[in-house]
Design a binder for this molecule. Sequence first.
Ligand code: ZN
Length: 243
Amino acid sequence: MSKRFRGKPCIYCLTNPSTSTGDHVFAREFFPETARADLPKVPACQPCNNEKSRLEHYLTAVLPFGGRHADALANLQGLVPGRLAKNAKLHRELAHGRGLTLTEERPGLRVPTMTLPFDSDRLHQLVGFVAKGLLWHHWAVALQPHHDLKVVSLTKFGEESFSAFLGLNAKQRVRSNLGNGAFSYEGAQGTDYPEFGIWRISIYGGLKLSGDPTAPMEEATALGIITAERQFLQRPNVIAIFR
Ligand SMILES: [Zn+2]
């Protein structure tokens, strides 16, 4: 068993000491068994591990339904049935909420697509953990109590303004993809202070999520995250961007 994390502070809460095994920033269960080597790991305590695992348990069962990537399909066929069999409540939830909608695959072509009820809050919470993990993994930076982060689902519209942020001056940049692109991400560290960062994370090649019943099918291309001083994130002009 690895001891490299034992005694280090948990980078998610900064309060408790890490377990000896730490935490996979991206849960292994998101990937087929052949694509689980060398996933990033960070120091994490047991309570944060447990909280993150609960989110991962839900999302590893649900997200493959919305993905376009080959690994999402492999996951859907190979692993999801077993997960749902073990979780009768989630299985019922998904079966009851299932519906069909027409989505525009490309201009002029609308195809029937299965929809599932989806709790995007849980995805945003998990992505918050992931952003903290990536900050530490790549730049050895942990968010302090006066920092915070915001997560937003990027639609085609949001993507444009967010890409402009990513293009701003940066102290360091990182770009990576895991599991042959099942997850891909890029990050830029701001020049003002080390904890200031912008991330864009794409899951399974982009997800079709119908979180809002009044806007039945909005395609989220990726998730955008900003990490910054809490005061900065509370500015009205910043809130307007991260609605
Ligand atoms: Zn913790």
